[in-house]
Design a binder for this molecule. Structure first.
Ligand code: PAF
Length: 281
């Protein structure tokens, strides 16, 4: 695996592959890699001859008081995991390569980015959309792979790619979970032992809500109530947000008569975790 940190080296490596007719799959990440990221890499490897992964902790998607400073960073350990996973190229740029002096563009994806996490974390999806647009323009992959755990992010990226006509196929890979159901996340590293034991209650509560719908309940408020009641059985978890929206548009629904996304964020101590399920339709 080759590691590059600047645009010149990135483009010359990619250019040489393209001249040989290689397809390129891309997995953008912020590092602190776990099995969930490696599942995205696996998906990428099956989609193209060459796999590029970026590691960049993007400052513009963190709000004031969020965990940008303490976000886990270990480039060497990450590089080793990627090498073992058969990645061909690691792009690990410093901040001024992604945002050179004078950089003045912000990408705002209206609609899908404005509700839910977008409303609660102002500027977050502008940061995500801007960095993803920048990375896609630098790498120009045939395929880019994102994880379903960040469902709203996937919707934002798909809208962005469609609206700008970027010639890349966006693929969404399923959430990878621990045996007890906890969705893999770099932020799981922040959990104390007791919080880690409590954390799977989030996914269990999402499944309870899904089951309530599958048993016939079509009213979003009733399904959300079932979710909240199930979550309350775990005292270490406090609910931060729960949204039940159309899975494609991310807009609230009045009735569950189509594919919907139930997405939730919870707090365990200082750690905020997200997860979701898709059902209905
Ligand atoms: O999902 C992430 O890790 C980040 O939001 C992404 C897509 C790499 C953009 O910084």
């Amino acid at each position: 695996m080759k590691t590059v940190t600047n645009v010149f080296d990135l483009r010359s490596t990619l250019g040489a592959w393209r001249e040989k007719g290689q397809r390129i799959a891309f997995v953008p990440t912020m590092g602190a890699l776990h099995a969930g990221h490696l599942a995205l890499v696996d998906h990428a490897r099956k989609s193209a001859g060459k796999v590029v992964v970026s590691i960049f902790v993007n400052p513009t998607q963190f709000g004031p008081g969020e965990d940008f400073e303490r976000y886990p960073r270990d480039l060497e350990a990450d590089a080793e995991k990627l090498r073992d996973a058969g990645v061909d190229l690691l792009f690990a740029p410093p901040v001024d390569v992604i945002y050179p002096p004078g950089f003045a563009t912000t990408v705002h994806v209206a609609g899908v980015s404005e509700g839910m996490e977008g409303a609660r974390r102002p500027g977050h999806f502008d940061g995500v959309a801007t960095v993803v647009a920048r990375l896609l323009c630098l790498v120009l992959p045939d395929v880019a792979v994102f994880g379903q755990k960040d469902a709203q992010q996937c919707a934002v990226v798909m809208r962005l790619v469609a609206d700008l006509g970027l010639p890349v196929e966006v693929r969404v890979a399923p959430t990878v979970r621990e045996a007890d159901g906890l969705a893999l996340s770099s932020r799981n590293a922040y959990l104390t032992a007791a919080e880690r034991t409590a954390a799977p209650a989030l996914f269990r509560a999402l499944l309870v809500a899904q089951l309530v719908h599958e048993l016939g309940e079509k009213k979003p408020e009733k399904v959300l109530k079932a979710f909240r009641l199930a979550l309350e059985t775990e005292p270490l978890i406090s609910l931060d947000s729960a949204d039940l929206v159309d899975a494609a548009t991310m807009r609230p629904v009045e009735k569950i008569d189509r594919s919907v996304l139930l997405a939730a964020a919870v707090k365990l101590g200082r750690t905020r975790l997200i997860d979701n399920v898709v059902f209905g339709g």
